[in-house]
Design a protein around this ligand. Structure first.
Ligand code: AMP
Ligand code: TRP
Length: 327
C-alpha cells in the first residue's frame, strides 16, 4: 500500500500538530511505503516572502526528522524540487469543474480573511490532487479539515480515468485518530498558534513545558458530573505522552473521586519533558548539520521524481503530448 501525505511549512509547530498529524506519519512509516511532502508550492498561496518560505521549509524538515521520520524508512521531500507536480496540476485543472471547486469550505474561509484572493487559493485542491495522483498513492492520512479536498481529488481522478482511460487509483482517506489537542488555557477551543498561552511548542524548554501544564485550566465553574473539558484535555495529553499504566492509574483515581489534579499535572509534565526533550535535542543536533538535512531531502526528491516522471510520461501520452525533447 503506497501512502502519500503533505504538510504546509507554516512555521514553528506545537504539540497539537505533533499529536494530530506527525505522530501518525511516524507510525505509518513502519507499516507502509510512505512518501511525505513539505508543500511549499501550496504555501505560496499565503506566504509571499522568499526568505521566510525558505526558512520555514527548512524548519519543517527539522521538525519532521526530529519527531522521528526516518529517511531509511520513508521519503521526505520538498514539493518544489519535483516540478512534475505543477505540470500534472495543469492537466488535472482541465478535468476539474469550477462548480466542484466552488464548494470548498477552506477556500471560502481563507478568501474571507484576505483582500487579495489569488487564483492559487482557488485551485489549491487541484495541486493537492496532483500531489497524490502523481505517485498513484492509494491511502492519504489527513485530518478532518482535508477530507473535502480528498473527495474532489477522487472526482478529478475518476474524470481523468473516464476520459483518457484507467490511469489513477482513487485515493482513500485515512482519518488520523481523533487526537484534537485543546488550548491549555481555554479547553473549549483547539490548541492554536493564534491563541496566546494555549500551546506548548516543540522547541519549548523543560521549564516552559512544566509551567504550561501547571497552569492548564482544569475545572471551571460548577461540576456537572461529567469530566470537564480541561481535565479531558489533560487525559488526552496523558494518552499521547505517558504509558498506558499511568493513564489507567489516573483514570482509576478520577473514577473513585480521589484524583488530585496537581499529581496528574506533575506526572504529565515530567512525561512530556521526557519525550519532548529528546525531540528538541535531536532537532538541535540536526540544526547543526544543515548539509545532512539537505542531503536527505535531495536524495528523497531524486527517488520520488523517478516515480513522478513515470506517471507524467504516461499521462502526457494519454492526453496527446509528445515526449519532451531532450536538450
Ligand atoms: P495547521 O498548521 O493548523 O494547518 O495544522 C497542521 C496539521 O496539524 C493539520 O493536520 C491539523 O489537523 C493538525 N492540527 C493543528 N492543530 C491541532 C490540534 N490542536 N490538535 C490536533 N491536531 C492539530
Ligand atoms: N492541504 C494539506 C493541509 O493543509 C497539505 C497537503 C498538500 C496535503 N498536499 C497534500 C495533504 C496531499 C495530503 C495529501 O494540511
Amino acid at each position: 500500500m503506497r501512502i502519500f501525505s503533505g504538510i504546509q511549512p507554516t512555521g514553528a509547530i506545537h504539540i497539537g500538530n505533533y499529536a494530530g498529524a506527525i505522530q501518525n506519519w511516524v507510525r505509518l512509516q513502519d507499516e507502509h511505503e510512505c512518501i511525505f511532502c513539505i508543500c511549499d508550492y501550496h504555501a505560496l498561496t499565503t506566504v509571499n516572502d522568499g526568505e521566510r518560505l525558505r526558512r520555514q521549509v527548512y524548519e519543517a524538515a527539522l521538525d519532521l526528522l526530529a519527531c522521528g521520520l526516518d529517511p531509511e524508512k520513508c521519503r521526505l521531500f520538498v514539493q518544489s524540487q519535483v516540478p512534475e507536480h505543477t505540470e500534472l496540476a495543469w492537466i488535472l485543472s482541465c478535468c476539474a469543474s469550477i462548480g466542484e471547486l466552488n464548494r470548498m469550505t477552506q477556500f471560502k474561509e481563507k478568501s474571507e480573511r484576505s483582500e487579495f484572493i489569488n487564483a492559487g487559493l482557488f485551485t489549491y485542491p487541484i495541486l493537492m490532487a496532483a500531489d497524490i495522483l502523481l505517485y498513484k498513492a492509494e491511502l492519504v492520512p489527513v485530518g478532518e479539515d482535508q477530507l473535502q479536498h480528498l473527495e474532489v481529488a477522487r472526482v478529478f481522478a475518476r474524470h481523468f480515468n473516464k476520459v483518457f482511460g484507467q490511469t489513477f487509483p482513487e485515493p482513500q482517506s485515512r482519518l488520523t485518530a481523533a487526537t484534537r489537542v485543546m488550548a491549555l488555557n481555554d479547553p473549549l477551543k483547539k490548541m492554536s498558534k493564534s491563541i496566546a498561552g494555549s500551546t506548548i511548542m516543540l522547541t519549548d524548554s523543560d521549564d516552559v513545558i512544566r509551567r504550561q501544564i501547571k497552569r492548564a485550566v482544569t475545572d471551571t465553574g460548577a461540576q456537572s458530573g461529567t469530566m470537564s473539558p480541561g481535565v479531558a484535555n489533560l487525559f488526552n495529553l496523558l494518552k499521547i505522552f505517558s504509558s498506558p499504566e499511568t493513564v489507567a492509574h489516573f483514570e482509576e483515581q478520577y473514577n473513585s473521586g480521589a484524583l488530585r489534579y496537581g499529581d496528574l499535572k506533575k506526572v504529565l509534565g515530567d512525561d512530556m519533558v521526557a519525550k519532548l526533550s529528546v525531540i528538541r535535542e535531536r532537532r538541535q543536533e540536526l540544526a547543526q548539520k544543515p548539509e545532512m538535512v539537505e542531503a536527505i531531502l535531495s536524495s528523497s526528491a531524486k527517488q520520488v521524481r523517478k516515480m513522478a516522471r513515470q506517471t507524467l510520461d504516461e499521462v502526457r501520452d494519454k492526453v496527446g503530448y509528445s515526449p519532451i525533447y531532450s536538450i
